[in-house]
Design a protein around this ligand. Structure first.
Ligand SMILES: [Zn+2]
Length: 84
């Protein structure tokens, strides 16, 4: 049986902008992003949903909201708190 390709995903560092004015470090892969909430919880998000719909992330621990912004190629660019 022929094995399927196994891709090593290309991870990129991205900036996280908190409402407090501080910034943090996140990681992106394609349209996906992972970062730490200001409360410390680990979050994930994406810069667009299927059909081109918008989407946002709400922290399950503290209810802060975040939106992942997209660059011109629709890849995750930054994470912004409170933009949702
Ligand atoms: Zn939180």
């Amino acid at each position: 049986m022929k094995s399927l390709p196994d891709h090593k995903l290309k991870l990129r560092p991205i900036k996280v902008e908190y409402l407090s004015g501080s910034t943090g470090d996140g990681t992106a892969e394609g349209n996906n992003a992972a970062w730490a909430c200001e409360c410390g919880a680990l979050l994930v998000g994406r810069c667009y949903f299927q059909f081109g719909h918008q989407c946002h992330t709400t922290c399950t621990s503290c209810s802060r909201t975040y939106r992942v912004t997209a660059d011109a190629k629709k890849k995750a660019a930054t994470v912004v708190e409170g933009a949702a």
